[in-house]
Ligand binder design. Structure first.
Ligand code: SF4
Length: 360
């Protein structure tokens, strides 16, 4: 039996929590129901975020050489992925990179470092960067993502000016040991709780497409709901060559939309971010996903290239959304299509009935 997704959205708006049965019905819905599902999720998205899109920008402070073995990660121990590897960026360089994202429209900068977790000296280092960044851009929100936190470190980051802390649960508790053996699910939950208790906004999300079942996906999302994650990034597995999940392609674009919609229905007020891998998995459905998610990362990811920033901004504007913090065109980035896009109309040279040619 098919679900009435608009009626389900109305039930969420009246305060009802999404049931496991309805979450599974969303994940199991057919392609024919996809637009109805997006309409229902879109009703929740509009209620809580209107037509705004929050743009985040990643700065990778420390890349690669991680001793942990998260199987999805190009920075893990034993990874042969040919990524950039470096230790901590100087503060000036980190601030310079962050400024590029801010100028391109980001209202939140995410400062990320590989590794199991920070030493106290690393927390001080990050606080120095945050101090300098906020002096130059007082309006910017900063999220730190430094791994497992020890006692007192969340409080130290909070007093250093950090606004939010990211630590993803990634997958369900029952599946966690299959994707990582050097730390466990409980370590991740504890860090999210530490962040919340210190007054930092909690950012915790998922990596989907690692072979999880619908039940496991619902477990993971309901765990995020129970933790009170304010912000939920949904990453779609990028199966890097040289990692154990190399060659794992399990998602269709429609699956990705169903997953985003399930998260929206389960956590209607959470900032829902379509994160790493959106380009290769959602593909041409990315603009449709903006009706469900209300946030994205601009440009490149930690160790891989994303869609060009300009293409992201045009996609947001074309779909009728407004970027948080920018009511009009962005400084230096007019959203009027450029000459490559509208400069000329290519005259057809092929005759009627000729073979369909690949675009060149
Ligand atoms: S701890 Fe972070 S950087 Fe290290 S392997 Fe896991 S996800 Fe990658």
């Amino acid at each position: 039996m098919s679900t009435d997704f608009l009626a389900l959205a109305d039930r969420q708006l009246s305060g009802e929590a999404l049931s496991r049965e309805d979450a599974l019905a969303i994940l199991g819905s057919s392609d024919a129901e996809l637009l109805d599902l997006v309409a229902g999720a879109g009703r929740l998205r509009r209620e809580h975020f209107a037509n705004t899109v929050k743009v985040n920008y990643l700065v990778n402070l420390k890349s690669g050489k991680c001793p942990e073995d998260c199987s999805y990660c190009s920075q893990r121990i034993g990874s042969t992925a040919e990524i950039l590897k470096y230790t901590w960026l100087e503060a000036d360089e980190a601030v310079r990179q962050a400024a590029m994202g801010i100028e391109a429209g980001a209202s939140r900068v995410c400062l990320v470092a590989s590794g199991r977790g920070p030493k106290d000296r690393d927390v001080e280092r990050v606080n120095d960067i945050v101090g300098q960044l906020k002096q130059e851009h007082p309006e910017i929100e900063v999220c730190a993502c430094l791994g497992i936190l020890q006692d007192g470190q969340a409080e130290a980051l909070k007093s250093g000016g950090v606004d939010a802390y990211n630590h993803n649960l990634n997958t369900s508790e029952t599946r966690y040991a299959e994707i990582c053996t050097t730390h466990d699910y409980e370590d991740r939950v504890t860090t999210v709780e530490r962040a919340k208790c210190s007054g930092l906004s909690a950012c915790s999300g998922l990596i989907v497409g690692m072979g999880e079942s619908h039940d496991e996906l619902v477990d993971a999302v309901f765990a995020l709901r129970a933790l009170g994650s304010d912000s939920i990034p949904v990453n779609f597995l990028m199966p890097f060559e040289g990692t154990p999940l190399e060659g794992t392609w399990l998602l269709t674009p429609a699956d990705c939309l169903r997953i985003l919609a399930m998260v929206r229905f389960a956590c209607p007020k959470a900032e829902l971010r379509m994160a790493g891998g959106r380009e290769m998995h959602l593909r041409s459905l990315q603009p449709l996903a903006l009706h469900v998610a209300n946030s994205l990362f601009l440009g490149d990811y930690l160790t891989s290239e994303g869609q060009a920033a300009r293409a992201d901004l045009e996609m947001i504007a074309d779909a009728g959304f407004r970027i948080v913090g920018h009511d009009g065109d962005l400084q230096g980035l007019s959203l009027t299509p450029d000459a490559d896009t509208i400069g000329h109309v290519a005259i057809r040279r092929r005759g009627a009935g000729s073979a369909v040619a690949a675009n060149t």
